[in-house]
Design a protein around this ligand. Structure first.
Ligand code: GLU
Length: 486
């Protein structure tokens, strides 16, 4: 299908306090689509639901999207030719268009109270009829309207819905249609003067010259009333693309109850933005991937720009497979430059109390290089306290391991061997191997004893680089302490 041009797409989050992973995905797809086509990407804040929105909530959305490194060309914070980009600041515009529809007769004022509407609904249910607004106020005379107004009633504005079939060619799903007979005349402006989402969205998408409306499939049903509004206003209808919903592995809808849903929560858990961006298209786009994953599945934003296409998105619902995200995240952590990784680890190290406000980035970089292969997520840095804190000596374990060997003598031999060597991996290795030959201990006996003495546990990065990074003074102190306790 030929794309409408110039390409102008938008992301229109309702500010909910933080960017949701669904927001992240919609933003990514719009961003990729705009950048691939030399288009413009607009951020609009859908904040007409005044009860829920706060400035903080908007800031939360920005924070999440910025963390991902996705930038927009026009928006509330950036300005642009179609300011303002916050719906709450565009109420006059919506009212102007509502007036136009009233004047042309495409919309009308409805004075029904919520009690009357409720009674109407109940009657329809009892009669097993379709539930929809009866159109009672469609034909009010001017006199009747004045009387209702005088009685203190405040009207809503409803669109006069024609009895037609409407459809559209979705860029992802192909032709979708619905008939309007069940829709009933719907409200476009509430009695408090606020526009409903469908109305404000159409006006803004039109005025902001949006060429493709690209969003999640939960909005397919909104597209039909939106098309009716475009038609009533004589606006050109944009193209639409709806990609599938994101579900938990058990196919339930992603929700707070089932685990993390906000981008910020993933950041706090130690996922990299690169990994999240790499992962999101796997929920809808790259259909097949081997369960373990292949190296060529590790894609940067530039790679995604090359490979992604809206038309290839799947129609079936997408599973948010956290195991896939974990796999991708570990790969991305390995790819980072150690200095970069060290910098990203800082808040996690501070949270664990391993470092304070001041730290030695050079030393952290050495640590990062050593643990990089062993970090599925940044928060797993908590598994490496012994680079920062003094571990307990697991004396019983060492004794169990050595059986009848003299642990104290062994550690003393190692201490004597390393005392004078330059504190570097290769030299330490040579010195300790020669001590081992004298002692006649097995690899397991000696290296595990050292590991237990230095780290307090059996699992660690390879011993010699570990000793180098833990440092001369600390290693020697730990070996002496262990020798004294055995
Ligand atoms: N504010 C709507 C949402 O957050 C926007 C939907 C749309 O893209 O039209 O879901």
């Amino acid at each position: 299908m030929e794309l409408k041009r110039p390409i102008r797409v938008r992301m229109a989050p309702s500010p909910t306090g933080d960017a949701h992973v669904g927001h992240a995905r919609t933003t990514l797809y719009n961003y990729l689509f705009a950048r691939q086509n030399g288009g413009t990407f607009i951020l609009r804040i859908d904040d007409t639901d005044t009860k829920r929105n706060t400035e903080d909530a908007e800031a939360g959305v920005y924070r999440g999207l910025r963390w991902l490194g996705l930038d927009w060309d026009e928006g509330p914070d950036k300005g642009g030719p179609h300011m303002p980009y916050r719906q709450s600041e565009r109420l006059d515009i919506y009212h102007q268009y509502a007036e136009k529809l009233l004047a042309s007769g495409a919309a009308y004022e409805c004075y029904c109270t919520s009690e009357e509407l409720e009674a109407e609904r109940e009657a329809q249910m009892a009669a097993k009829e379709d539930i929809r607004y009866s159109g009672k106020c469609r034909h009010l005379t001017e006199q009747e309207r004045q009387a209702l107004k005088a009685a203190g009633r405040v009207p809503t504005i409803r669109l006069r819905v024609p009895d037609v079939k409407i459809g559209f060619q979705d860029l992802v799903r192909g032709w979708i249609e619905a008939d309007t007979s069940l829709m009933g005349d719907f409200i476009i402006i509430k009695s408090n003067g606020m526009p409903v989402y469908n109305f404000a969205t159409v006006i803004d998408d039109h005025l902001m010259q949006i060429s493709q409306v690209t969003r999640g499939s939960e909005h397919i049903s909104n597209t039909f009333p939106q098309i009716l509004i475009y038609q009533a206003l004589g606006f050109e209808v944009p193209q639409f693309a709806h990609f599938s919903l994101m579900l938990n592995e058990d196919r339930s809808k992603m929700s707070k109850r089932m685990g993390a849903t906000f981008v910020g929560e993933y950041a706090e858990m130690g996922y990299l933005p690169e990994a999240m961006l790499n992962f999101l298209p796997y929920t809808t786009h790259f259909r097949s991937w081997s369960p373990g994953g292949d190296e060529d599945e590790i894609l940067s934003l530039d790679d995604l720009l090359e490979k992604f296409s809206l038309e290839q998105c799947t129609v079936s619902n997408a599973i948010f497979d956290i195991k896939k995200l974990d796999w991708i995240n570990a790969k991305w952590i390995r790819k980072l430059d150690p200095a970069d990784l060290a910098q990203r680890l800082v808040p996690f190290l501070q949270k664990e109390g391993f470092i304070g406000a001041e730290y030695d980035l050079g030393h952290l970089t050495q640590i990062a290089r050593l643990i990089q292969e062993r970090l599925p997520r940044l928060d797993n840095v908590r598994d490496f306290p012994y680079f920062f804190l003094e571990p307990e000596v697991p004396t019983t374990e060492i004794k169990k391991l050595l059986k009848d060997k003299d642990g104290q003598a062994g550690l003393k031999a190692v201490l004597a061997a390393v005392q004078t060597v330059p504190w570097q991996e290769a030299e330490l290795e040579t010195a300790i191997h020669s001590a081992q030959a004298d002692l006649g201990w097995s690899n397991k006996e000696l290296f595990m004893t050292l590991r237990l003495a230095i780290c307090g546990g059996k699992v660690s990065p390879p011993l010699f680089p570990l000793m180098e990074v833990v440092g001369r003074e600390r290693t020697i102190a730990r070996l002496e302490r262990a020798a004294a306790q055995l």
